[in-house]
Design a protein around this ligand. Structure first.
Ligand code: PLP
Length: 284
């Protein structure tokens, strides 16, 4: 058992001692995809949704990863089971086009690489709202693929941290797309509105569950883009991600936002937490 567990192409050990190959295309091109979710009671939350998105990202990047879903689950579970006890863990895995001499063109006859890590995680309290900054979205247009090319998001989150904020909300012109590593939705006049899943946003798993829970609780859902002005005037703004679940927004660029529909946002947060707890509790 280790506190932080690392895995690379079948080898496992303490994360701090693991090494990756110098030929791994992630190092030169970010040529790969990744997934992440929280784990409680050694059960990864919404694993099938994450594996669906993983296979879709691999297909879109034409990475010939042959491992079957059940085998991927088994490898992830090995790493989870090697971690020291903690109420919640963070599970991350990435698949790259494999190891070869640097060359932009796809290498032939090379096996993709699988890297996994698990570390202890503390979930943020949903009672402490997020502060955001806003930035122009300068990412390329393959945002629907969960690729390792994350420089614009890294820079955006650094700007947010420097401003004492939790996340950066991104917009292309007036249209809000998503946050640097989360999706964003608004509540206005009792309706939950969120950007559609086109190539400008990542189809977030938390976003998907939030929409389903809203519908279950009689909150109408509209998948249409909204503007920065609409975001600033929303009754509530909600930031969603696998690591933090559903966070209420209290300010953007230091201007107070939301706080006008506390009942619906609490209902959604409670429903989400309840779903997380139920699906990460072993039965029998
Ligand atoms: N959007 C971006 C750009 C992200 O990187 C992430 C998560 O990493 C999300 C949205 C949220 O997705 P999920 O809810 O599947 O974690």
């Amino acid at each position: 058992m280790w506190k932080n567990v690392g895995y690379y192409n079948g080898e496992m050990g303490p994360l701090e001692e693991m090494k990756v190959s110098m030929g791994d295309r992630a190092l030169y091109f970010g040529d790969g995809i990744y997934e992440a979710t929280c784990v409680a009671n050694r059960i990864p939350f919404a694993i099938d949704d994450h594996l669906d998105r993983m296979y879709n990202s691999l297909r879109l990047l034409e990475i010939p990863f042959k491992m079957e879903r059940e085998q991927v689950k088994a490898e992830l579970q090995k790493v989870i089971d090697a971690a020291e006890d903690n109420p919640v863990h963070f599970l991350y895995w990435q698949i790259t086009r494999g190891n070869s001499m640097r060359n932009h063109v796809f290498p032939q006859g090379v096996e993709p690489s699988l890297m996994i890590f698990v570390k202890p995680h503390t979930m943020k309290s949903m009672d402490v709202p997020y502060k955001l900054i806003s930035l122009e979205d300068n990412r390329f247009k393959l945002c629907n693929i969960k690729t390792l090319n994350l420089i614009p998001s890294v820079l955006a989150n650094q700007r947010a941290a420097e401003a004492g904020c939790d996340e950066a909300v991104l917009h292309r012109g007036s249209r809000v797309t998503e946050c640097a590593h989360s999706n964003i939705s608004i509540l206005k006049d009792g309706v939950l509105r969120t950007a559609p899943t086109d190539e400008l946003i990542l189809p977030g798993i938390t976003r998907k569950h939030l929409l389903a829970l809203a519908r279950e609780h009689g909150i109408p859902v509209v998948e249409e883009p909204f503007s920065m002005v609409e975001l600033m005037n929303a009754d509530e703004a909600i930031v969603t991600s696998s690591s933090a679940l559903c966070m209420r927004v209290e300010s953007i660029d230091r201007i107070p936002v939301g706080g006008k529909d506390p009942r619906r946002i609490k209902l959604l947060q409670d429903a989400y937490l309840e779903k997380f707890r139920r699906e990460t509790t072993s039965v029998g």
